[in-house]
Design a protein around this ligand. Structure first.
Ligand code: A3P
Length: 346
């Protein structure tokens, strides 16, 4: 009887053990297969690289998801990073705006791509005179470590609306790729207002209602002096950029679609950046609590954007919305015409 029980127990332990080992093997294989790349085509092939195309991807990912992460957390020394041939590269593409268009979501989502490395902070090099005076080496040192075949992307939405920026970026790299993410202009203006309002409330300051800022009380016309309105006149800003860069160097991202259907928008960006399609539906999952898509790097790592993204907007008088939409309409038409991307805004 006792012998029978022992045999039964041994058999049970064996089954449980095999299950545990099997699950472990599956996890390892799954993570590995997610990060394993067949072929990466860099934006430009760079002479003098020490890595073969075949060996780059997996190692790059290990660094990207591991060592760089550790480094950022201060768990790995700069010397260790140097040992592994990582470099700080100037960006090959910049998300130049537009503020509240979804710039953070775009950067984070592009960072899912194994050949992309993001500069996490907004660097404000080209729009801030003090930073700009520190020189290009200062800027480069602000960039994350990456492999030479990877591309660095930074985002500073203030670039789009700041007068001096196009010329300064042109001087750094006249063939840089420029990403502009836009949302329906009135919604963007309200989002902009909501962000400022939150800041005021935090400091216990009173603030005007959106309607009062957006509409000139004397003329009852749209107040073009209000920054949130001016920023949404995309075509005016874009025209300044076009004095330096041809339209082919810009890619317009539909920020409204990035919220509801991010994958096709990201695939267009991959194409524009000459990257092989690597971001898949697996990397994006809808989080009903947040009401937004969140990011999945692998079965272990996933994240949603911070709570400051996706704020609840205040209710705005519908007549003001109508007035604003009417005001933006001709500018939008021009924007579609220049960019070749029609966004069907009202
Ligand atoms: P709201 O806060 O008005 O909803 P930016 O990063 O340029 O400041 O843009 C912020 C906007 O990104 C948010 O505006 C939000 O709607 C949008 N967004 C797009 N995709 C998102 C995502 N996956 N998670 C959170 N916010 C997202």
């Amino acid at each position: 009887m006792l012998f029978k029980q022992q045999a039964w127990l041994r058999q049970k332990l064996l089954v449980l053990g095999s299950l545990a080992v099997g699950s472990l093997l599956y996890l390892v294989a799954r993570v590995g297969s997610l990060d394993r790349l067949q072929h990466i085509c860099p934006i430009e092939s760079r002479p003098g690289s020490t890595h073969s195309q075949a060996e780059f991807p997996l190692r790059a990912l290990q660094f990207k998801r591991g060592l760089l992460h550790e480094f950022r957390k201060g768990n790995s020394s700069k010397e260790q990073v140097r040992l592994h041939d990582l470099v700080q590269q100037l960006p090959k593409a910049i998300i130049i705006g537009v503020r509240k268009g979804g710039t953070r979501a775009l950067l984070e989502m592009l960072n899912l791509h194994p050949a992309v490395v993001k500069a996490s902070q907004e660097i404000h090099f080209f729009d801030n005179d003090e930073n700009y005076a520190k020189g290009i080496e200062w800027y480069r040192k602000k960039m994350p470590f990456s492999y030479p075949q990877q591309i660095t992307i930074e985002k500073s939405p203030a670039y789009f609306i700041t007068e001096e920026v196009p010329e300064r970026i042109y001087k750094m790299n006249s063939s840089i790729k420029l990403l502009v993410i836009v949302r329906e202009p009135t919604t963007r203006a309200i989002s902009d207002y909501t962000q400022v309002l939150e800041g005021k409330e935090r400091k216990n300051k009173t603030y005007y209602k959106f309607e009062k800022l957006a509409i000139d009380p004397n003329t009852c016309e749209v107040n073009t002096k209000y920054k949130a309105v001016r920023t949404s006149i995309y075509t005016k800003h874009l025209e300044r950029w076009l004095k330096y860069f041809p339209i082919e160097q810009f890619h317009i991202v539909d920020g409204d679609r990035l919220i509801t259907e991010p994958l096709p928008e990201l695939q267009l960006v991959e194409k524009f950046l000459n990257l092989p399609p690597r971001i898949s539906q697996y990397n994006l999952y809808f989080n009903a609590t947040r009401g937004f898509y969140c990011l999945r790097f692998n079965i272990i790592f996933n994240k949603c954007l911070a709570g400051s993204k996706g704020r609840i907007h205040p209710e705005v008088d519908p007549s003001v919305i109508t007035k604003l939409r009417k005001f933006f309409h001709p500018f939008n038409q021009k924007f579609y015409q220049i960019t070749g991307r029609t966004l069907n805004w009202p």
